[in-house]
Design a protein around this ligand. Structure first.
Ligand SMILES: O=C(CO)COP(=O)(O)O
Length: 251
């Protein structure tokens, strides 16, 4: 059966010392506590190794927020999937709308990143989601469908079954405007149906589909109570244990 996952995406926040401190605080808060979801934190690259060494990685999975589309070599400034994996990180967030919009990441490029992440044993948390104009034009279903088709549907069923999806409507990210529980359920169910048509019901049923976009302690319970919402990818509210723990405990 699919897993419930609450994943933090710190984005470009926290210097190294602050990041390690936050990771340690979260580790402490989770100690001796039973929670009903897997917990992941997505840190900047330079934090990865220190954060991995600061937490019980059987309780907290560590994620990079990106990786290169090339294996290795003369690509100044890039960080490969193998390098990410060598830190002990287990996940990589790929296809975030901020990377698509600000760094011009294309479906083709993301396809390469996903392949390399999988080849290096990382679990991709693959982000999809429409912008406001697409939602208003009622195009959100076709947008998310093509996002998964374009970057993921060449994967073998075995590889696809290692993917975690995150539906993040761009209009809800960092805006304080969350999708309603019904809007989230409607599109998550549609995404699962899309997966079932391609890979069969069993793989679709086993794929975790997270919601992201202004999720917080106040709305997490309602969002997560939907049958097709398997957790959250949390930005702002993952930057403090006081805000992140209640979301973890919403399951
Ligand atoms: O983009 C997000 C997570 O990847 C969501 O960010 P916020 O939770 O800050 O809206």
């Amino acid at each position: 059966m699919r897993k419930n996952i609450v994943a933090g995406n710190w984005k470009m926040n926290k210097n190294l010392q602050e990041g390690v401190e936050l990771a340690k605080e979260l580790n402490e808060a989770l100690k001796n506590k039973t929670v009903n979801c897997d917990v992941v934190i997505g840190t900047p690259f330079i934090h990865l190794a220190s954060v991995v060494n600061s937490v019980d990685t059987t309780r907290i999975g560590v994620a990079a927020q990106n990786c290169a589309d090339k294996e290795s070599g003369a690509y100044t400034g890039e960080v490969s999937a193998a390098m990410v994996a060598s830190t002990g990180a287990k996940y990589v967030i790929l296809g975030h709308s901020e990377r698509r919009a600000y760094y011009h990441e294309t479906p083709e490029l993301l396809k390469e990143k996903v392949k390399l992440a999988l080849a290096n044993g990382l679990t991709p948390i693959f982000c999809i989601g429409e912008v406001l104009e697409e939602r208003e034009a009622n195009k959100h279903f076709e947008v998310v469908k093509s996002q998964v088709e374009e970057s993921l549907f060449e994967l073998s069923p075995e590889d696809f079954s290692k993917i975690v999806l995150a539906y993040e409507p761009v209009w809800a990210i960092g805006t304080g405007k969350t999708a309603t529980a019904d809007q989230a359920q409607e599109i998550h169910a549609f995404i699962r149906k899309t997966l079932a048509e391609k890979y069969g019901q069993e793989i679709a049923d086993n794929t975790s589909i997270l919601y992201g976009g202004s999720a917080n302690a106040g709305n997490a319970k309602e969002l997560f109570s939907n049958p097709d919402v398997d957790g959250g990818l949390i930005g702002g509210a993952s930057l403090g244990v006081d805000k992140f723990m209640p979301i973890i405990e919403a399951f």
